[in-house]
Design a protein around this ligand. Structure first.
Ligand SMILES: [Zn+2]
Length: 277
């Protein structure tokens, strides 16, 4: 525990610390990670973590007096030529800059890393002894997704209830494809949209895959090919478990350098789907 009188880190310090855990050079080529706005010299005493930089989380950050909002999804994805407050993203940039709150995104770099999004998802689901589904060439202990084993075999139906209870509640809920009585023990998790990597999850011997955003034909073709059962959760819910992990590591890393910081994890559900009838 660092004394509350300890000096505040600068934004540059915090960015450096986050990037040591979640190296931006490991992000996908199409991605846009790192600082969206903020002055590297500004002090950072309060950090809010959220999956998305949207109006409600930006308001939460400003209302709490955060100096930095760390999100998983980048606010500005594609190249932009204007951040005028004439677009939703431009308005948020204005709100953040006026409120003195920086914005930092750790996206695909946080997906592949150790203690990243898929590690956190595996952990809350009780999946042990994990390895990447698709190991990175440069560092095979990191990579896309994680596969590992539950402590004991359970039915698919029971496992789906475990998933429901372990993740934030959303209107999307938990969708299951497969025989509810089928036994599962080896679990692959693909945080975020995992539709492109289902074949890889089959190859590593998973009994069931937990991911999100699965489309009709992707799920149907995968099952017809004899692939593992599918558990489809809200995209937001699959990524949220990373936030407490990232908050804990950030606080510990800053304390190790003698800096005081207060972190908070947003519990607002930013999944765009709000109802299911
Ligand atoms: Zn995502």
């Amino acid at each position: 525990m660092t004394s509350p009188d300890a000096p505040a880190a600068t934004l540059a310090d915090v960015v450096d610390i986050v990037h040591r855990r979640y190296d931006p050079s490991t992000a996908a080529e199409w991605d846009s990670v790192g600082l969206t706005c903020g002055d590297p010299d500004q002090p950072v005493r309060r950090v809010l973590l959220a999956v998305d930089a949207v109006a409600v989380t930006v308001e939460e950050a400003l209302g709490w007096g955060a100096d930095l909002l760390v999100t998983h999804h980048p606010l500005l994805f594609r190249p932009v030529t204007s951040v005028a407050a004439t677009t939703p993203a431009g308005r948020l940039v204005h709100r953040l800059v006026r409120g003195g709150c920086a914005l930092l995104a750790a996206h695909t770099n946080a997906d592949v890393a150790r203690d990243g999004v898929s590690d956190a998802l595996a952990d809350v689901l009780g999946v042990r002894d994990t390895a990447p589904v698709l190991p990175s060439a440069a560092e095979p202990s990191t990579g896309v997704g994680r596969v590992g084993d539950l402590d004991a075999e359970v039915s698919l139906g029971r496992f789906a209830m475990l998933v429901r209870d372990a993740l934030p509640r959303t209107a999307h809920g938990v969708r299951v494809a497969g025989d509810a009585d089928r036994a599962v023990r080896r679990v692959a998790v693909l945080g975020g949209s995992g539709g492109d990597d289902l074949a890889a999850a089959s190859r590593v011997g998973a009994d069931v895959v937990v991911t999100s955003d699965l489309r009709h034909h992707v799920a149907s073709d995968h099952l017809a090919a004899g692939g593992p059962a599918l558990v489809d959760v809200a995209h937001f819910a699959s990524e949220w478990p990373w936030l407490p992990v990232a908050a804990r590591l950030l606080a510990a890393d800053l304390a190790a350098r003698g800096f005081a910081v207060v972190t908070r994890v947003s519990t607002l559900v930013t999944d765009p789907w709000t109802d299911r009838l």
